[in-house]
Design a protein around this ligand. Sequence first.
Ligand code: SAH
Length: 347
Amino acid sequence: MILLQDFTLEELTEYLTANYNVKPFVAKQVYGWLTKSVDFDGMTNISKDLRESLKRKCVAVSCKIIKTLSSADGTQKFLFELFDGNVIEGVLMKYKYGNTLCVSSQVGCRMGCKFCASTLESLNRNLSAGEILGQVSSVNALEKSGERYVTNIVLMGSGEPLDNFDNVVKFLRLVTSKNGLNVSERNISLSTCGIAPKMRELADLGFSVNLTISLHNADSEQRKQIMPITNAFSVEEVISACRYYFEKTGRRIIAEYTLIDGQNDSYSHALKLASHLRGISAHVNIIALNPVKETGLKGTGENNLKKFIKYLDKLGISATRRRTMGQDIEGACGQLRRRYLEGSYEK
Ligand code: SAH
């Protein structure tokens, strides 16, 4: 199957003119529909013949919303179905300044972080650029007024974006394109568990997207216990790649630090974290672990969480607590898909 949302306007024009003998302006019309996640049947200004022939070989909407859960705080969680029947998830969080959609980059994940639900069944497959884009355009399509629904995007759903580097880079090109959704690079964040060489490669490509590093422990030996990627790239290598990223892009680094009871939440952990981040333009986002029943790990309690932020503050490190959103709808990475696969949700 050919996923039309994988194409840039130029690529789509080339494909349609070469294979379907259509004029470039028709390709542009089709592109307009794809940007709005409208399926072939809704492409009213395209001839029926062309639509019928396209249907045989191509997919127009690469991600279809098959389930929506709404939280009391306004957060919405979506389950998307892909053309091959795989399912992925996304979360829309509503803030004063706009709506942030958290998108997935892979079906499953092979990074093996001990606290994360996405990794429980390892990697199934990479998402194509159009499948990442399709999550954004499908959610945008929910807003009928024509106003932009998704204003900010975080690549923080299931999967490790830098483990699917080429498709993620193509997605960044597509989603920021003036012909497409035209989202500003500054409104996009990419979160990684720390594939240091790919962080550098991304910096070299010249995008000015925000980079978030999921740190969770600043001691390499301890971090290995919860994040096996540390066996390949030490905390030192990751921090050095962060510094490089900042130098190249001028974007402040965000460090995610999920507090796990008794594992990474003591004063000595704060000291180690501070010693690594000192001198770097970075901000730490603190969050208590979102319990995933399969992992057996517990989040740090309220008092210790506040203490940890105070420690960092005293050590001169900028840190705030990240608001937890959508906890009543299993907002944590990979949880909804997991319940779906277990058969807890009907379509
Ligand atoms: N692979 C990327 C992006 C996906 S994970 C990364 O590692 O950054 C998105 C974020 O959710 C990461 O910071 C991850 O560490 C965090 N996360 C995963 N499971 C969690 C849980 N149960 N509680 C809190 N944060 C979690």
